[in-house]
Design a protein around this ligand. Structure first.
Ligand code: NAI
Length: 338
């Protein structure tokens, strides 16, 4: 007699095959850190995404509960949970897209860089698994400090001989989501109609909103520009302080992560003109990594766009951003090369 567990497994596989045959465009997605503050709402939202046929939830704690809960949602994706390091390889095998929100979040008074020592090690371990089990998957890296964890992931993949710079994307979408919201507030318009490019990196002054390139075209006074730039750069700290020790942004981050992952999946499916900001390997500046608009396609970030014309305020901001970024990038690279 097959055990309950085996029966469950074969029926899950049958369901997934059945759906695949029905022609539903199905991608296989794994979330690493799925039981966390971001991971749980992110798992919920990905279970609702019609482009997802199989959803793997991996964490070092609590995945059975989160998986049982999410699996009862009557949406298409088949959900499977994986608990602990010994199940990492099974969680990763066969996946098209890996989303990584694993790691510790900030508490009041901490910078994203303060998270480096713990999260760097976590990202290294997870990326070693990816290099081994799903080297062709697109990776969406959320764990902070993104300015350093993306270079860490790149070094791990290089060492393993699997590095494809188009497929490694640091998620800066929350900065864009915040920028759209705050700019819409100032303009008195619907945030869904606003598009603010945010370039540079994902920490403090490295977050550079290009307010001169907002769509729809508009102009800001210097006071508005300063207020908006600062609020976008400090958006994460605003949430960390409000949560007063209970962590950092999780719900808006889950929303932003899904907005970005969905764009990656539409790109994988062959959709045209899918453009979002992300922190990627880049030649837009002299730095090896930089966030700017990228076009997402079957190969990942297929095209990386130049910054476009900057005004004086943005040119000054760019220099400040680069100064900090270069150090964060180097810190990530040294963590693996040392
Ligand atoms: P959390 O502590 O609530 O959840 C993190 C989860 O990761 C936990 O469930 C934990 O068990 C898991 N985890 C720890 N080590 C692991 C490992 N080796 N393998 C797999 N899972 C592991 O933290 P939260 O709030 O969900 O934040 C997660 C990360 O996302 C933090 O680094 C945070 O700074 C970052 N973040 C990034 C943002 C961005 O815009 N890119 C925005 C907000 C947070």
């Amino acid at each position: 007699h097959p055990s309950n567990h085996q029966m469950e497994e074969s029926s899950i596989l049958k369901q997934a095959e059945c759906r695949a045959k029905g022609g539903a465009p199905g991608f296989k997605v794994a979330i690493l850190g799925a039981a966390g503050g971001i991971g749980q709402p992110l798992s919920l939202l990905m279970k609702m995404n019609p482009l997802v046929s199989v959803l793997h939830l991996y964490d070092v704690v609590n995945t059975p509960g989160v998986t049982a809960d999410i699996s009862h949602m009557d949406t298409g994706a088949v959900v499977k949970g994986f608990l602990g390091q010994q199940q990492l390889e099974n969680a990763l095998t066969g996946m098209d897209l890996i989303i990584i929100p694993a790691g510790v979040p900030r508490k009041p008074g901490m910078t994203r860089d303060d998270l480096f020592n713990i999260n760097a090690g976590i990202v290294r371990t997870l990326c070693e698994g990816i290099a081994k089990c799903c080297p062709n998957a697109i990776v969406n890296l959320i764990s902070n400090p993104v300015n350093s964890t993306v270079p860490i992931a790149a070094e791990v993949f290089k060492k393993a001989g699997t590095y494809d710079p188009k497929k490694l994307l640091g998620v800066t979408m929350l900065d864009v989501v915040r920028a759209n919201t705050f700019v819409a507030e100032v303009l008195g318009v619907d945030p869904r109609d606003v598009d603010v490019p945010v370039v540079g990196g994902h920490a403090g002054v490295t977050i550079l909103p290009l307010l001169s390139q907002v769509k729809p075209p508009c102009s800001f006074t210097i006071e508005e520009t300063e207020y908006l730039t600062k609020r976008i750069q400090d958006g994460g700290t605003e949430v960390v302080q409000a949560k007063a020790g209970a962590g950092s942004a999780t719900l808006s981050m889950a929303y932003a992560a899904v907005k970005f992952a969905d764009a990656c999946l539409r790109g994988l499916k062959g959709g045209a003109d899918i453009v979002e900001c992300a922190f990627v390997s880049s030649q837009v500046t002299e730095l090896p990594f930089f966030a700017s608009k990228v076009r997402l396609g079957r190969a990942g970030a297929e095209e990386i766009y130049q910054l476009g014309p900057l005004n004086e305020y943005e040119r000054v901001g760019l220099e400040k951003a680069k100064k900090e970024l270069v150090e964060s990038i180097q810190k990530g690279i040294s963590f693996i090369r040392k």
